[in-house]
Write a protein that binds this ligand. Structure first.
Ligand code: ZN
Length: 216
């Protein structure tokens, strides 16, 4: 049962297919566990279709209208990588849409030390726009703001900040002006999936991994 959801504007952008890929990935992960937001996205899609039907000139044939609507149905947000052969970990803590992208169980990841009680894993194929944070129980993160849009989903454990308590499945949809200081709750490590909308940076191996997606 999730209590913190993406903003309605984020869900509408998702249904329109206009979110940056990393942010869309976190929304898709949340939708897989939240029927409330799935409903919202469905309604937003219906509104989009009604608008289109009004905008399409009356002189256009029914056949042409059907073609356009069929095209819209096909427009789905694409995951950041789609490899032919992927290892899909059957990890209950990882939302299903995110499993092929991560390719590892949470406990298999090579976490990189960041600060006492804080480790991170950056998804190599995401241009560093998608990362996982692992926060030790009781760790207090420094108070910080955000330079751009950032969407965080809790995968395991929980944390609390000025906005409330965030448990597995919950999403924090933070505006750039929000200043907060998360503290991991005691008991177990808190693992979060975080998307930022900074531009993709291509280097080294990454373009090769991204090839199937961008059809380079
Ligand atoms: Zn939701």
């Amino acid at each position: 049962m999730t209590t913190h959801h993406p903003d309605l504007s984020t869900l509408m952008s998702y249904s329109a297919g206009s979110l940056p890929d990393a942010i869309a990935t976190v929304v898709a992960a949340h939708l897989s566990v939240c029927s409330h937001c799935r409903q919202q996205v469905q309604e937003a899609e219906q509104v989009g279709i009604s608008l289109l039907e009004e905008l399409v000139p009356a002189t256009m044939s029914d056949h042409a209208k059907d073609d356009i609507l069929a095209l819209l149905d096909e427009t789905e947000q694409v995951p950041i990588i789609s490899r032919e052969e992927q290892y899909v970990p059957n990890d209950a803590d990882i939302p299903a849409p995110f499993r092929p992208l991560l390719g590892y169980y949470l406990d298999e990841l090579h976490w990189r030390y960041m600060a006492p009680g804080l480790k991170q894993f950056v998804l190599p194929a995401s241009g560093s726009n998608l990362r996982l944070l692992k926060i030790a129980p009781g760790t207090c993160m420094p108070s910080h703001g955000h330079t751009g849009s950032e969407l965080t989903m809790v995968l395991r454990g929980s944390y609390s900040d000025e906005l409330g308590r965030f448990c597995a499945g919950d999403v924090a949809d933070l505006d750039p002006d929000v200043q907060h200081q998360p503290v991991a709750d005691t008991g177990e490590h808190c693992i979060c999936l975080i998307a930022t909308d900074a531009p993709l940076r291509f280097n080294g191996l990454v373009p090769r991994l991204l090839q199937p997606f961008f059809q380079l």
